[in-house]
Structures are given as structure tokens and as C-alpha cells.
Design a protein around this ligand. Structure first.
Ligand SMILES: NC(=O)c1ccc[n+]([C@@H]2O[C@H](COP(=O)([O-])OP(=O)(O)OC[C@H]3O[C@@H](n4cnc5c(N)ncnc54)[C@H](O)[C@@H]3O)[C@@H](O)[C@H]2O)c1
Length: 350
């Protein structure tokens, strides 16, 4: 089979560190073009990575290059339009996370992929960790019993990015929930197998963000801080289970950062970072911590899964339906925090 011809739209941080370089490392892939509205950025990426063509307009690139597959690495605001444009041009698409800003956009992306008969997946790269597949098998084998509750956590003490669009509500659609919490929600949803939701409630704050300051991800301007600095929520499932959600760019905690997904089962409990399984046998605590490589770059596995799927040699791991579910959780948490009221679900719409 001839090489998969790939193009990358957006040539910023994630395109350079996690897409173009990994595509270039795969023998079956040719990176045919890069596109960025900032044409200097596009040209620089083309020069640096020896990509034969660069463009400032995605439509022109798709018409002239006709790639087989495209990575979308632009701000969240443009995920839906760019993804649908590429799908309509007959391309398979790997869109960076979060899927989009609204659930309607995520649904449109899913429906367009379905109509066009193309692969659509998303950059939830933690899902590609070997330990997640290992855990999923253990859960499916019943080793945890019934998983009835959990915590989804990504808290930074002072980790407001001082660059890019991370504090720009219009470009991003939100702060830590949509940026980093989304990864942990994706893992929890996958491990819990997408339970139906009965209600969601949450609160959020921007009190630290609005002050401005400096942290381990640079300095930020309080006057231009437009997103939440923390969101704290609760998701009640129709099966009686529940999930606490805690996510922040800046919160007064002891450590620099806390990141985990914990799930509590009737037989055993799980901690994902690092991977541990905890139980009790004959009155004794039994703790098993598994030595998975926590430093591996799972972006590579995400790119490889996309390429293998495009070439018909693998199934896509992160599906559009799963992405829509995660987007609906994000939207519900923001809606509740914005109104101060629970969001009630019914009729199986989440
Ligand atoms: N999977 C992950 O862990 C991960 C990590 C970082 C970023 N991301 C996601 O990747 C996306 C990009 O993030 P980034 O950090 O690379 O941002 P960035 O600001 O570094 O780069 C974005 C690039 O997109 C370009 N751009 C903007 N609008 C465009 C358009 N309409 N057409 C073409 N180019 C356009 C900008 O000029 C810029 O060069 C975001 O959605 C972010 O959430 C995911």
C-alpha cells in the first residue's frame, strides 16, 4: 500500500511537539503539507520539518494537496469547522482535544464523519496508555466488582499557562475543565463504560486567576483572564454511581499538582496515576502498584492508532460517540456552574 498522505492544520505547540514529529517517525506516512493562518508559522514549520508545501488557507490546501488524513491542531473555537471541512473533502481526521466547545458542535462533527464515511478521532492521548487497556480488561473481568463512585482530579497550585489562548474564553470555551480536566473525564468515562447521567451540579471560580500572577507555567495577566481558574462538580449516574470532578489551573493546595482518576468498586478500588489496585483479603489490606512506564509519550500511540486505522489495520480507540459523551459532561458542568443550579437529564440524552 502506498504511503498515507497527511496534512496538519495549525502549526503551534501541539502540532510541532506531538503531531508532525510523530508522523515523520512513521515509515508509512508522508507529511504532505502544513497550514496555519499565520503564514510565517506555517512556513517555519515546513522548513523545520522538511514538509514540501505550506498554506495559510485550509480550503486551498485541501483542494490542491488532497491529503488522505488531517490533524487539526488549532484553537478549540475552530475544531468543529476545520474538522467538518476536512471530512467533507474526503479526509480522515484526528482533531485535538477537547472535541469542540459545545455539544452541538461535537455532535455535528460525529454526524459529518458518519455521513462522509471517514474516520474521526480525538487527541485524548492518555487513553492510549498501556495501563488503561490493562485496567479496562480487569474491570471487564469483574475484578473490581461494581464501580459505584469515583474522583476525577487535575489540580494545579499555580499552573495558569502564560502563553497561547488558555485564558481566552472565546478561543477555548473555558479553563482547566475543558483543557486538562477533559483528559481525566475521558478516562473515567471509558473505564466506567459511559453510564447514563441523571444530573450534574458544579461551581466554578476565577478569584485567583483575576488577580494575575506567576506560576510554574509562566505569568498571566489578571485583566485578561476570561475563564474559570477552578471548577468543582458532581455527576450523578442513573445507575446510582457518582463522580466528583475537581479541576483547576490555580488553587491553594499543598502540592504543585494533583492528577488522578480514582474509582471505587465493591471488590477493589483503582488509582490510575500511578496505577494501583487496592483491596482487602481476610482482614488484610492488599495493595498492588503496577510498574508501568509513566513517562512514555502517549501522543505517539494516539498518532499511530490514527494512522493504523486510516490504513485499515486497526480500530480507532477514541470514537466520535465517546467524544460526544465527554463533551456533554463538560457542557453540563459549565452550565451548572454558570447558573448555580443542577442540570437534570432524562430521556437518555446523556
Ligand atoms: N492532547 C493534548 O494534551 C494537547 C496539548 C496541547 C494542546 N492541545 C490542543 O491543541 C490545540 C492547539 O493548541 P496549541 O497549544 O498547539 O496552540 P497554539 O496557539 O500553540 O497553536 C495553534 C495554531 O493554530 C493556528 N490557527 C489558529 N486558527 C487557525 C485556523 N483557522 N486555521 C489554521 N491555523 C489556525 C494559530 O496561528 C497557531 O499557530 C488546542 O485545541 C489544544 O486544546 C492538546
Amino acid at each position: 500500500m502506498s504511503k498515507l498522505r497527511v496534512a496538519v492544520i495549525g502549526s503551534g505547540q501541539v502540532a510541532r511537539t506531538s503531531h508532525i514529529n510523530h508522523y515523520k517517525s512513521l515509515p508509512d506516512v508522508e507529511v504532505s503539507a502544513v497550514c496555519d493562518v499565520n503564514q510565517n508559522a506555517a512556513k517555519m514549520a515546513a522548513d523545520e520539518f522538511q514538509i514540501p508545501s505550506w498554506y495559510a488557507d485550509a480550503g486551498t490546501m485541501l483542494e490542491e494537496i488532497r491529503p488522505d488524513a488531517v490533524s487539526i491542531c488549532v484553537p478549540n473555537k475552530f475544531h468543529c469547522d476545520m474538522t467538518c471541512l476536512c471530512l467533507e473533502h474526503g479526509c480522515h481526521v484526528l482533531c485535538e482535544k477537547p472535541p469542540a466547545i459545545t455539544e452541538e458542535e461535537a455532535e455535528k462533527m460525529r454526524d459529518t464523519a458518519r455521513r462522509c464515511g471517514k474516520i474521526l478521532t480525538f487527541g485524548f492521548h492518555f487513553r492510549h496508555a498501556e495501563k488503561i487497556a490493562f485496567l479496562k480488561r480487569k474491570i471487564e473481568a469483574g475484578e473490581m466488582g461494581t464501580l459505584y463512585a469515583g474522583d476525577v482530579t487535575w489540580l494545579r497550585r499555580r499552573g495558569i499557562p502564560g502563553w497561547g489562548n488558555f485564558t481566552n474564553l472565546e478561543m477555548q470555551g473555558g479553563g482547566p475543565l475543558i483543557d486538562i480536566g477533559a483528559h481525566m473525564l475521558d478516562l473515567a468515562a471509558w473505564l466506567l463504560d459511559y453510564p447514563e447521567v441523571s444530573y450534574i451540579c458544579a461551581s466554578s471560580s476565577d478569584l485567583i486567576g483575576k488577580q494575575g500572577g506567576t506560576g510554574f507555567m509562566g505569568s498571566w495577566d489578571g485583566a485578561r483572564f476570561g475563564v474559570e481558574d477552578g471548577l468543582f462538580g458532581f455527576i450523578q449516574f442513573s445507575n446510582g454511581g457518582s463522580l466528583h470532578v475537581r479541576t483547576s489551573f490555580a488553587v491553594n493546595i499543598a502540592d504543585k499538582e494533583e492528577r488522578n482518576v480514582r474509582l471505587y468498586g465493591s471488590k477493589r478500588g483503582i488509582s490510575v496515576f500511578p496505577l494501583g489496585i487496592y483491596g482487602d483479603e481476610d482482614g488484610q489490606s492488599v495493595n498492588t502498584v503496577y510498574p508501568f512506564d509513566e513517562t512514555k509519550d502517549w501522543h505517539y500511540d494516539c498518532i499511530r492508532n490514527f494512522v493504523e486505522s486510516c490504513m485499515g489495520r486497526a480500530d480507532i480507540l477514541v470514537t466520535p460517540d465517546q467524544a460526544v459523551y465527554v463533551q456533554k459532561l463538560i457542557t453540563g458542568l459549565y452550565r451548572s456552574a454558570g447558573t448555580g443550579r443542577p442540570v437534570i437529564y432524562g430521556n437518555g440524552n446523556l
